[in-house]
Ligand binder design. Structure first.
Ligand SMILES: [Zn+2]
Length: 236
């Protein structure tokens, strides 16, 4: 299968779904990570352009850990909107990755860019198949299934199913370590670092799933929905 992870910021899909993406990759599926904004607000000391370029390089290295391709859509951090232009970029990303499964944010997550990224990804999933849109690109052949990732901190999110990431949490942490510029930023903003943050929620979701570490997901319920979503998850 082809898996497309759509995050608002350069580290989002690592925080929320990298254990699952690593499980897909280990089983030979093709993973693409799409980052919608340029992360230019993620510093208290560096100018916007500099932090954005640094974060892109970090995201590239993180994707390399997984053997994934990175798509960088370069929208302004904090000001992601659903416009004809952003929707066109998403359609193009879908046509590049040709996903069977899209993983993106929950529509009620805490950050406006997360909510908008979720909406754009969901709204573009069918349009990627429309041949009359941007006919210079071949249309996607399949309307992908959308899995909604956990919210940040799991707040207000009750997963419907869990992926055991006990065997891949090391890869998830290795990917997050590539986002070096953001560890200090996270600590000053939220009083925690990546390792602690990811281990606490992973451990809670693992407790719910009856395993060591897990990531939780819900199914986006728009036509077409799969008869059995577990067939689209990475196995053990
Ligand atoms: Zn984010």
């Amino acid at each position: 299968m082809n898996i497309l992870a759509v995050g608002a910021h350069p580290d989002d899909m690592e925080i929320l779904a990298a254990g699952t993406l690593a499980a897909y990759a280990k089983q030979g599926h093709t993973v693409t990570i799409c980052v919608m904004t340029n992360g230019e607000l993620g510093s208290e000391t560096l100018p916007k352009q500099e932090i954005s370029e640094l974060r892109r390089a970090e995201a590239e290295r993180s994707a390399t850990v997984l053997g994934a391709e990175l798509l960088w859509l370069d929208e302004p951090d904090g000001f992601l909107y659903d416009t004809p232009a952003t929707r066109a970029k998403m359609i193009s990303a879908i046509r590049t990755a040709r996903p069977d499964v899209i993983i993106t944010h929950s529509p009620e997550d805490y950050h406006p860019d997360h909510r908008t990224a979720s909406k754009i990804a969901v709204d573009a999933r069918q349009l990627g198949c429309c041949a009359l849109l941007s006919p210079e690109e071949p249309p996607a052949g399949t309307i992908p299934v959308v899995l909604l990732a956990d919210t940040l901190g799991g707040i207000g999110c009750e997963p419907e199913f869990w992926v055991d990431i006990s065997a891949t949490i090391g890869i998830k942490l290795a990917m997050l370590r590539e986002h070096r510029s953001q560890n200090d930023w996270l600590r000053s903003l939220h009083g925690t670092d990546y390792t602690e943050f990811v281990e606490r929620l992973g451990s809670l979701r693992g407790l719910q799933a009856g395993t060591g570490y897990a990531e939780g997901f819900r199914l986006y319920r728009g036509y077409p929905v799969p008869a059995d979503v577990t067939e689209l998850l990475p196995g053990k």
